[in-house]
Design a protein around this ligand. Structure first.
Ligand SMILES: C[S@@+](CC[C@H](N)C(=O)[O-])C[C@H]1O[C@@H](n2cnc3c(N)ncnc32)[C@H](O)[C@@H]1O
Length: 387
């Protein structure tokens, strides 16, 4: 595909996403039908679509319209691209720009310039305070790719050297002693020997920092109540030897965990909700709760364009129910660690405080937050101890 044809394909995908189709489904459907598209084309179209999703409002304001085409005009203009070279109509590219389609350089509304979802602007402003503008700006760009080094198997320095031998360049990252930031050939990580041998895994740097902060020392039984793909289960298991049990309300989400655990040389027991009810209580229960994902909007920008008050209200009641249920599995003297990748106080500190109002015998030990200004995703952690 020519670069212009990739742009036209991204425009068509954006129109479907704007109509409500999930981005992953739109991209998968297009890729299945596009026999002419190679892996580089698929990656380029995906990148373009996700770039525009990250800049949903500024691209519409700059391109003066809400179609995929207007947004693409606004986005490409914002990045300094030569629109005349792309919008030629040649090689399956987008048709030439008409007179009324010129992008604007006039000032655009402040919220649009931050690409802040209007429906949650007040919540984001009050939660982020003086960091609001800087965090929203950071969320307009792609997330860095981080690796977690399995330090029980290899040092960070040796992992960096092993990756470097396959032309994958990385830098140590301050977020965590296990974190490497990939600076070259991130797309090759999956194919590398270090990855296949379980010496490194893909994991955001703030996720790793969050696991560093968990009071795992002295625990012998640990439950990851919302384990999903098991990123945090595996990070915990690499840091501290204990028996790890993984659970998820949607067990299908854990489908990759056995293979990831095998690669990492870890043993993780997977249970469903019924099996969990007959397990003895745990020293530490991690609840990495479903949330708006606002801290990870760089990585999953579709969440930003779908965000709204009713979605937030739904996750708030889901989180409250999950906390109540998970608390039943904490042993006396044990720890309930509540985490989200949200930037919103309502999902974070206020959710933890609400839980404490009704849960007898718990107190907050400490809380910690990370924002994209530290380089990784935004995260919140409340460590609650049970008497
Ligand atoms: C933020 S994700 C977890 C990510 C995972 N811990 C990781 O590090 O990769 C939240 C998970 O909560 C799960 N979930 C949703 N409702 C749940 C429930 N009622 N009980 C337990 N897990 C639930 C979702 O299926 C999802 O996998």
């Amino acid at each position: 595909m020519t670069p212009a044809a990739r742009v036209q394909t991204a425009i068509e995908c954006l129109d479907r996403i704007a109509a409500g189709d999930p981005a992953e489904r739109v991209l998968t459907r297009w890729a299945r039908g596009a026999r002419h598209a190679g892996s580089k084309d698929r990656a380029a179209v995906r990148d373009l679509v996700f770039d525009v999703l990250r800049r949903w409002w500024s691209s519409a304001a700059r391109g003066d319209g809400e179609t995929g085409r207007a947004r693409m005009v606004g986005y490409l203009h914002d990045t300094g691209a030569d629109l005349g070279a792309v919008f030629t109509g040649a090689g399956y590219g987008p048709a030439p720009l008409e007179a009324g389609e010129r992008p604007t350089d006039a000032p655009i509304p402040e919220l649009a310039s931050f690409d802040c979802p209007p429906a949650l602007a007040d919540e984001l402003k009050s939660s982020l305070g003086p960091d609001f503008a800087a965090v929203m700006q950071a969320l307009r760009d792609r997330a860095p790719v981080f690796l977690r080094v399995n330090l029980s198997r290899i040092s960070r320095e040796s992992a960096r050297a092993a990756l470097g031998a396959e032309d994958i360049e990385t830098l140590d990252d301050d977020l965590s002693p296990s974190a490497l930031r990939v600076t070259k050939n991130a797309r090759r990580v999956h194919l590398s020997k270090a990855f296949r041998d379980g010496l490194v895994d893909l994991q955001d740097g703030a996720s790793q920092a969050l696991v560093d902060a968990l009071p795992l020392a002295g625990t012998t039984r640990v439950l990851d109540y919302c384990a999903g793909g098991g990123g945090k289960t595996l990070a915990m298991a690499d840091r501290h030897r204990a028996r790890y049990v993984a659970h998820d309300g949607l067990p299908g989400r854990m489908a990759d965990l056995p293979e990831r655990a095998r690669r990492a040389g870890q043993s993780i027991e997977l249970v469903d909700t019924r099996e969990l009810s007959s397990q003895p209580p745990f020293d530490l229960v991690l609840v990495d709760a479903p949330c708006t994902g606002s801290g990870a909007w760089r990585r999953s920008p579709e969440g930003k364009i779908r965000a709204g008050r009713s979605m937030l209200d739904n996750v708030l009641s889901l989180q409250a129910g999950i906390l109540r249920d998970a608390a039943h599995h904490v042993a006396p003297g044990g720890t309930l660690a509540y985490a989200t990748c949200s930037l919103l106080d309502e999902e974070n500190i206020r959710q933890a405080e609400e839980f404490l109002l009704n849960a007898v015998g718990y107190k907050i030990d400490f809380t910690q937050t990370w924002t994209p200004l530290q380089g990784g995703d935004g995260f919140f952690l409340a460590v609650l101890t049970r008497r």
